[in-house]
Each structure stands twice: as structure tokens, then as C-alpha cells.
Design a protein around this ligand. Structure first.
Ligand code: MN
Length: 326
């Protein structure tokens, strides 16, 4: 198996990118690793395998994030690709980032499109929406490489009833940054890192980036001290934090307090990885009670019961008739 592609926006010339300035270790506290978690594997939708680093360990350490699903990298044989057919969401946002392959989505408001190769789709479910998320017909029919992640970002109580909305963040819109020595680069999807700003607009303040660190190289980025900080490894291996805790594909590192993050790629990568690829995630914790039931995330059990009855009564929308054939 070879999964080398990951065409999720790779700059032609790293040295031409804006550079993150180096961080003076005397002037900044680098966040160290508190815990490393092996993401458990679970089955989703029609039966496709994902790794799910959170929730699981402790929901509070991920706050304001609720869930991360890592889908692939997988080389599908013809007829093998599966998706998540029509289902509802209420009370949070789903952020789908596709590194290889493509997902076709449709929703109960009549929207839809294809998310592909480095693009992100940001869906604020808010008060409620139905959607389906499936590999494109081409991938189902012919098979192919697929690699994506879906992040769930919580909404605070006063925004859970916000009307549903979409943001399509094309691959070309991502802010691309280089490390000070050009050995690593960062695709900033949302939020701010240092003086730079990603394209995704978020209700809850977060920072969300995909970093690629070449073998032996080190990446340092400033990080808001009031944000939490998580590093999830998509592929490859390396270390996180000043104590150089080992991390590898499928592991989540939960970092402690500080004002900067550091990750480093091992000089030797193995298997199907060329580099260390990791998601850098952080946000302002919401610190409200979380009632999490399948596709609904509210503050109380009563609100979950209401979500279930609203869904059953069609008050979150209905599946468009035109999408049900043949
Ligand atoms: Mn969904």
C-alpha cells in the first residue's frame, strides 16, 4: 500500500511563503505534552472505518471541539467506498477537510457540492439540518485514494439556534506559511496563528491548521495562551513539545499551558509516510454542560429529547424528493 499522494495544497516553493518567525525559547513557554492517546477505530455511516481520537479521553480537554474523525488514508477498490447517508445535526458545526479524493454532499435546504483535494466545507448545523456525505460516484465506481477528516466544533448555548449556513473554503484560499527555515509548512484553515489569518469564519474562536514537517525538521508556532492545544498525527512520526514526546500516525497529543507549540519530524520516516503530517487544533473552551447524543449536541437532556422529536416531526427539514431516486 502506498498513500503518498496527500495533494492537500502543497506549495511549489516553500521559501516563497510568508514565514513564521522563530520563537525565542527564553521569551515563550512551549506547551508540553500532557497525554498521548491512540485514536480508537470505529465504524461510521454505511460502515466505513474511521479513527476517532476524541471524544473518549476527556471531553473537557478538547473543548470547544467535540469530535474528530480521521477517514483513511485508504485505497478503495471499485464498489468499496461508503458514506453517511441522510442524517440530521443540531447544535454545533461540522468541518470537513478532504486531503485526497472527494466527498459529495447534499442537504435539506437544497444545497450541495463536492469537497475535494485540499478543500474544506464548513457546515454550521445550528438549529438543525439534514445532509448526506458520500464519496463521489467516480470513487465508488472506480475506487481510488481517499483521505479526509471531519471536526465537530461546539456552539455555545446562545448560538445553538443560529440558522444553518455553509462556508466552502477552496484549497486555494488556505493561508500557507513556512517555518523560519523552510523545513515545514502550515496550511491555516481557520483562525489565527501569529500574524496570519485562515479563511474559515468561526462562531467559536479556534485555530485549525494542517502542518507538514519534512524529515528532521522542526516547526514552532505561536499559540494563544487562552486556547487549548491538540496535535493529531495524520501520517508519519516525530515528537511534540519541548520534552520531545514521541507521536505517530493515529495519535493525539493533548498539550498543557503555554504560548507556543513545537513539533518535530523524525529523520527517518517509514511505511507510507514521507513527512510528519499533523493537525494543530486549539480554541477557546466554551465551558458549558454538554449533552451529546449521536448527531445532536445540546446543553441539556431536555434539549436532546426536543431535538429527537423535532427531527422525527420533520422540523429540521426533510430529504429533498429529487435526491431519493432511482
Ligand atoms: Mn454529518
Amino acid at each position: 500500500m502506498t498513500f503518498f499522494a496527500m495533494p492537500a495544497v502543497t506549495p511549489e516553493n516553500i521559501l516563497s511563503l510568508p514565514r513564521l518567525s522563530s520563537i525565542d525559547p527564553a521569551g515563550a513557554v512551549f506547551r508540553d505534552v500532557l497525554h498521548v492517546i491512540d485514536a480508537p477505530t470505529t465504524l461510521e455511516g454505511e460502515g466505513f472505518q474511521v479513527r476517532r481520537p476524541f471524544p473518549g479521553y476527556d471531553l473537557r480537554s478538547a473543548d470547544p471541539f467535540l469530535l474528530l474523525d480521521h477517514w483513511g488514508a485508504v485505497e478503495y477498490a471499485p464498489g468499496e467506498a461508503r458514506g453517511a447517508p441522510w442524517h440530521p445535526h443540531r447544535g454545533f458545526e461540522t468541518v470537513t477537510y478532504v486531503m485526497d479524493g472527494a466527498i459529495r454532499h447534499r442537504d435539506s435546504l437544497g444545497g450541495g457540492g463536492v469537497i475535494t483535494d485540499g478543500a474544506t466545507q464548513w457546515m454550521t448545523a445550528g438549529s438543525g439540518i439534514l445532509h448526506d456525505e458520500l464519496p463521489t460516484e467516480e470513487i465508488v465506481t472506480r475506487g481510488g485514494l481517499f483521505h479526509a477528516v471531519q471536526l465537530w466544533v461546539n456552539l455555545p448555548r446562545n448560538l445553538k439556534w443560529t440558522p444553518p449556513r455553509y462556508q466552502d473554503v477552496g484549497a486555494k484560499r488556505l493561508a500557507l506559511l513556512s517555518s523560519d527555515d523552510g523545513g515545514a509548512w502550515v496550511r491555516l484553515i481557520a483562525g489565527e496563528v501569529g500574524d496570519y489569518k485562515g479563511p474559515g469564519a468561526t462562531w467559536t474562536p479556534i485555530a485549525y491548521a494542517h502542518a507538514t514537517v519534512t524529515p528532521g525538521a522542526r516547526l514552532q508556532v505561536p499559540w494563544r495562551p487562552d486556547f487549548n492545544a491538540l496535535v493529531y498525527v495524520l501520517s508519519g512520526r516525530g515528537t511534540a513539545g519541548p520534552s520531545t514526546q514521541s507521536i505517530r500516525e493515529g495519535q493525539l497529543a493533548i498539550l498543557g499551558p503555554g504560548a507556543a507549540l513545537q513539533i518535530q519530524a523524525d529523520a527517518q520516516q517509514d511505511g507510507h509516510a514521507r513527512n510528519l503530517d499533523a493537525l494543530l487544533l486549539g480554541g477557546l473552551p466554551i465551558r458549558e454542560p454538554v449533552a451529546f447524543y449521536g448527531p445532536f449536541v445540546m446543553n441539556t437532556h431536555e434539549e436532546i429529547a426536543q431535538a429527537i422529536s423535532d427531527y422525527r416531526a420533520g422540523r429540521m427539514g426533510t430529504v429533498p424528493a429529487t435526491t431519493l431516486a432511482p
